[in-house]
Design a protein around this ligand. Structure first.
Ligand SMILES: [Zn+2]
Length: 285
C-alpha cells in the first residue's frame, strides 16, 4: 500500500476516541491532495477535520486514532455514529470525482484499520450513515451502487489477504525482527507496509531435504490437522510452528512403520534367533 505520512495537527481534534466505526467521506473538491489537506488542517482551527486524507499517491494522517476528529458531528450521534467512536477518512477529488486509485488506497487503509481495531465490515460506513449528508457523493449514484461495490471489494480483499497469510509466518517474522515485536504492530500489516520493501523475509527458509510427505509421516498430529483443514499443507504448519519446534521431516522405513508393527517384527526376530540358538545347542548335544 502507499505510505501513510503522519502530520499530526495541534488543532481540530478533541482528546479520546473509542474506535467502533470507520466513516468514509469525499472532500468535495475538484482536485485536491492529501498533503494539501494536511497542511490546511495543520495551520489553524478549521472547525472541521478528519483523521486521514487519501489521494492517488499517499495518505496523510492529521489526527491520532485515539483522539476524536470533527468529521461527522453534523449527525449529533443520531444514528449511533459520532466523532467519539469513529475514524474519519476523507477521499480527495480528481476532476470532481473519486478516482479508482484513491478508492483503492482508501480500501487498503480501511482494511488496516479494521484489522487494528477489530472493526467489522458492517461498521465501515458512509458519512451518510452518520448524518444523512450526501457523502461520499461520487458513490451515491444509482442508489449508492458504487458504495456497495466499494464494500464488496473490501470483503474480497480481506479474503485474499487471509489466503496470503498462509504464505506469511507471524512467529518467524516476530522472532526475526525484534523491532516489529517491540513496536506491537500487527506483523503481517508491517510486512505489507514496510517489510516487503525493506527486503525482510516473510517465511523461514525451507531446510534441505524437506518434503511434505516426509514431514507428515514424521508428524502424525500435523497430518491429522491438515486432514481437518486446519493447515493447507505440512509446509503451512512448518512455516508457522514446525521451524521452531525442531520437528523431523526425513524418515527411514522404520519411522514410517507404526510402533505396533515394529513390536511385532522385533518379537518375530527374537523368536527366530531363539530358535536358531536352540537348533545350534541341539546340534552340539
Ligand atoms: Zn463527509
Amino acid at each position: 500500500m502507499v505510505s501513510i505520512i503522519k502530520q499530526i495537527s495541534n488543532y481540530n481534534y478533541e482528546d479520546g476516541n473509542n474506535v467502533q466505526y470507520i466513516v468514509c467521506h469525499f472532500t468535495g473538491n475538484s482536485n485536491d491532495s492529501a498533503q494539501g489537506n494536511a497542511n490546511y488542517f495543520n495551520a489553524c482551527d478549521r472547525e472541521a477535520s478528519a483523521h486521514y486524507f487519501v489521494d492517488d499517491n499517499v495518505i496523510y494522517q492529521v489526527v491520532e486514532d485515539f483522539n476524536a476528529s470533527w468529521h461527522c458531528g453534523d449527525g449529533n450521534g443520531a444514528y449511533g455514529i459520532s466523532n467519539y467512536n469513529s475514524i474519519g477518512i476523507e477521499m480527495c477529488g480528481t476532476n470532481g470525482d473519486i478516482s479508482e486509485k484513491t478508492a483503492k488506497n482508501a480500501r487498503d487503509l480501511i482494511r488496516l484499520l479494521m484489522n487494528k481495531y477489530g472493526v467489522p465490515i458492517d461498521r465501515v460506513v458512509r458519512h451518510y450513515d452518520a448524518s444523512r449528508k450526501n457523502c461520499p457523493s461520487p458513490f451515491s449514484c444509482n442508489n449508492w451502487t458504487r458504495w456497495a461495490d466499494f464494500k464488496d471489494k473490501i470483503v474480497n480483499e480481506v479474503e485474499e489477504e487471509e489466503m496470503k497469510i498462509r504464505a506469511f509466518s507471524r512467529t518467524w517474522y516476530l522472532s526475526q525482527y525484534q523491532d516489529v515485536a517491540k513496536n506491537g504492530i500487527d506483523p503481517y500489516q508491517h510486512y505489507l507496509a514496510y517489510g516487503k520493501k525493506e527486503g525482510r523475509q516473510p517465511l523461514p527458509p525451507i531446510p534441505t531435504g524437506y518434503t511434505d510427505s516426509g514431514y507428515l509421516i514424521c508428524n502424525p498430529d500435523v497430518a491429522a490437522a491438515v486432514n481437518k483443514g486446519i493447515f493447507v499443507s505440512g509446509l503451512d504448519h512448518y512455516y508457522e510452528f514446525g521451524w521452531r519446534e525442531g520437528r523431523k521431516f526425513t524418515y527411514s522405513l522404520v519411522d514410517a512403520m507404526p510402533q505396533s508393527e515394529i513390536d511385532t517384527k522385533v518379537k518375530a526376530m527374537v523368536e527366530q534367533l531363539k530358535k536358531q540358538v536352540n537348533d545350534i545347542e541341539n546340534l552340539v548335544k
